[in-house]
Every structure is written in C-alpha cells, then in structure tokens.
Unconditional design. Structure first.
Length: 174
C-alpha cells in the first residue's frame, strides 16, 4: 500500500480558504480527525496574509484551477470534487489568527489514515503548513482576497453542517 500512498500524494499542492469560525466550530478541528466535505469547496492557490482570522490550508491533488472560466481570474479560484475526505493534520494559533491544515485522503486509502499519530508524509505536510502559517502572519492579505464578493464565498466551514456537526467523521485511533 505504500506505493499507492506515495502516488496519491505525489502531485499535492497547498490551497487557502480564509474565513471566520465560531470558537465552537474551530474547536471541532482536532489533529487526527477525518471528515467528509459533501460540497464543492472554494479556495485559492494564491498565498498571502490572512484576509480573515481563520484559515484552512488544504493539501490536495484533486483541486482544479478555474481561472480560465472565472469572471474573477485574479482570485485563483480552485475547486475539487464533492464528497472528499480530509484529515486534520495540523492546527496553529497565534496573534488572534488560526490555521487548520487539512490533507485530502483518497477514499480507497482512508483505512491507512485512521491513526491519530501522523505518518512521515503527514508530518512533512504539517511542517510545511506550519511554516506557511508563520509566513502568512507577517504578510498583508492579497487585495483580491479581501473583497466582500470573495469572502462571502468562503463563509461556511469545511465539513461542518449548520448545526455545528461534521457531516460524517471518523475519530482516529490512538
């Protein structure tokens, strides 16, 4: 299975989604948790400072850039298929900002990622995400990601329903 795992993450890139989460929703994202996002999830490949106090850093190989189809190519809008599974592999907080790092897990590999202890691959991605968090704290937000129309696209939390519960979640084993 190691070959399939390496292949699944060989083409991964980082994507960003800034929003405002309630404290209760932010607390749901604990390292080791796996959950499903049933909708298309807007984000961007463009990196900058925080446009809102909370950020999802999404590591994925299935997100597609829609710049050539978008009325706003300056956004760097990316979306992925519906019903993706994510594992929380990091959470960082400082200076009133928080970042939740999500790794997209292919459906056929979920069984390989049900432990709370992060694998070497997950650790490497989490370390890179921590560096990105620190860098973002020292940068201004990109102007194109500070507009009301962009930020309204990102209001909803990833994987969480209107009642503050994950749509479907797996708690990682010890």
């Amino acid at each position: 299975m190691l070959g399939a795992t390496q292949e699944a993450f060989a083409e991964c890139a980082a994507f960003y989604r800034d929003t405002v989460l309630t404290p209760d929703v932010l607390d749901l994202y604990r390292v080791g948790l796996l959950f499903r996002e049933p909708t298309y999830c807007d984000c961007t490949y463009k990196f900058g400072g925080f446009a809102r106090p909370h950020r999802y850093l999404i590591i994925s190989s299935s997100l597609k850039c829609l710049d050539e189809y978008s009325q706003h190519p300056e956004w760097g809008l990316c979306i992925g298929p519906r019903d993706r599974i994510f594992k929380v592999i990091g959470r960082h907080e400082r200076d009133g900002k928080a970042q939740v790092t999500l790794l997209e897990i292919p459906e056929d590999l979920v069984g390989e990622f049900t432990t709370q202890t992060l694998s070497e691959t997950e650790e490497a991605f989490a370390e890179q995400a921590a560096e990105a968090f620190e860098a973002a704290l020292d940068m201004p937000p990109l102007a194109e990601h500070s507009t009301t129309i962009w930020l309204e696209r990102l209001e909803y939390p990833v994987g969480v329903d209107d009642d503050g519960h994950f749509f479907q979640a797996w708690q990682a084993d010890g």
